[in-house]
Design a binder for this molecule. Structure first.
Ligand SMILES: Cc1cc2nc3c(=O)[nH]c(=O)nc-3n(C[C@H](O)[C@H](O)[C@H](O)COP(=O)(O)OP(=O)(O)OC[C@H]3O[C@@H](n4cnc5c(N)ncnc54)[C@H](O)[C@@H]3O)c2cc1C
Length: 435
């Protein structure tokens, strides 16, 4: 089959790779000059199969309400005159109960496992290097109440087959000795030994190069501007070449929509409505002055809800979420507050370890769904396939989402319990609203 993949983030490139593995002919379109230059560029770097709880749970509305007025809160909801934001918010509230939480976690764990297996296979097959560290993920707490909530969370996740150990402060320090200077502020932690970390941008760009070497065509610096439709199928995608200013139509047998947060507004033109809304996040990447004193294990600092990951001789601190539209600027007052808070916190945890004078700040839009579950599968149009809405876990679920969609498109059912779109009988939470 001739397939056009729209979007060259981790999801689009992973899909392209697996389609090539299935023997299909692939063209990839992206507005950027290379792969992974938007949300897959500088994320938290965690392959977080076992820390995958969705944002929506019974206690979330109260927490979010408390955070509403704080500029430096982990989750900031800025109401706008945007029906899509309100629809998202209402759907999110409907997921804030124990039954929905259990249903969503089951799917996220299944996709995480499948994806981890897919990542390992892909790395074994290609030998890609991307600052991978198979050292687990450590979640540390700074208050007794948070530790108790973390322990309850670990107990709950065990019911879904997730092995998450609860640690005392001494055990936390055994896992990551570099935290010793902050020990007095740590009450304990939880640890998932099988999780890992690595640089999503490096991985995605290297995989894109391998796709190219296998014959994929790349149309970088091309804007996806619209679609042509014939009956219940897409007959072409209109792309604008940024260099020549010309627009043309690409025709293929099948199309994959993997444009991250932009998938929803683009597909509305086709009458395909996806409940994806951007959650803006930030990261700071800093050169290590004293690498021997820096952490190696990827961590979550629960008090600030930030991820800290070692990537070679740099350290990445990432987190926070702002539901405030598609703005990707870094120079607003809120952005500055949020970016500086990341650096300040790192300095509190590891004084003098990183060069805080020139942090590389970055922002990206998590393509978030109210359930945290991505849309993977066929849309209501016969030859339009979806791989979007991976929210906080797109790097974790990247390899498996690409593989699963390539399998579905090749007529096979992937071996995992997951509510794929278009698969009405199996879908526990059918997600594609038919216009
Ligand atoms: C602060 C932060 C921390 C995170 N930490 C983690 C983590 O630790 N672990 C984890 O698993 N996940 C993490 N994530 C989430 C993860 O980064 C995303 O889920 C993932 O990158 C989404 O990948 P994607 O391919 O769907 O989107 P993208 O990477 O954004 O790719 C979409 C592509 O589509 C292209 N595109 C869009 N519109 C158009 C158009 N009109 N024309 C042409 N091209 C277009 C874009 O240029 C882009 O290249 C984090 C996210 C953030 C923001």
């Amino acid at each position: 089959m001739k397939v056009v993949v729209l979007g060259a983030g981790i999801i689009g490139i992973s899909t392209a790779w697996h389609l090539l593995e299935e023997g299909h002919e692939v063209t990839i379109v992206d507005r950027q000059p290379d792969a992974a230059l938007e949300t897959s560029f500088a994320n938290g770097a965690q392959i977080s199969v076992s820390f995958c709880e969705p944002w929506a749970h019974a206690g979330a509305p109260l927490k979010v309400a408390k955070w509403l007025l704080r500029n430096d809160s982990p989750l900031l909801f800025r109401p706008r005159l945007d029906p899509h934001q309100w629809r998202w918010g209402l759907s999110f509230l409907m997921q804030c109960n124990d039954a929905a939480f259990a249903r969503n976690v089951q799917q996220l764990v299944a996709l995480g496992r499948y994806s981890h297996d897919s990542l390992k296979r892909l790395v074994a097959r290609t030998g890609i290097e991307y600052h991978r560290l198979e050292r687990g993920i450590l979640h540390f707490f700074s208050s007794q109440a948070d530790l108790e909530a973390g322990a309850a969370g670990a107990e709950l996740m065990r019911q879904f087959g997730v092995d998450r150990r609860v640690l005392t402060r001494d055990e936390v320090l055994k896992v990551e000795p570099s935290l010793a200077g902050f020990a007095a502020n740590i009450t304990g932690g939880t640890f998932t030994a099988s999780d890992e970390s690595g640089d999503a941008r490096v991985f995605t760009q290297k995989l894109a190069q391998l796709c190219k070497a296998r014959g994929a065509t790349f149309l970088y610096e091309h804007d996806i501007v619209g679609f042509e439709r014939q009956g219940r199928a897409v007959s072409g995608v209109r792309v604008g070449d940024q260099l020549t200013g010309q627009t043309r139509t690409l025709a293929a047998d099948h199309y994959v929509a993997a444009m991250g947060s932009f998938t929803a507004p683009l597909l509305r033109q086709l009458g395909v409505y996806l409940n994806i809304y951007p959650a803006k996040g930030y990261s700071a990447t800093m050169r290590l002055k004293e690498p021997q004193r820096a952490s190696v294990v990827s961590m979550i600092d629960d008090a600030r809800k930030i991820a800290i990951s070692r990537l070679g001789d740099t350290i990445r601190i990432a987190g926070t979420a702002e539901m405030a539209g598609y703005d990707q600027t870094l120079d607003s007052a809120t952005s500055r507050v949020r970016c500086e808070a990341l650096v300040r916190r790192y300095e509190e945890l590891f004084p003098g370890v990183a060069d805080t004078s020139e942090p590389n700040f970055w922002t990206g839009l998590r393509p978030s769904t109210p359930t945290n579950i991505p849309y993977i599968g066929r849309s209501k149009l016969a030859n339009l396939w979806l791989n979007a809405g991976h929210g906080t876990l797109g790097w974790t679920h990247g390899a498996g989402s690409g593989r699963a969609l390539a399998e579905l498109m090749s007529g096979r059912q992937p071996e995992l319990e997951f509510g794929f779109c278009g698969d009405v009988e199996k879908a526990r939470t059918p997600q594609v609203a038919v216009a």
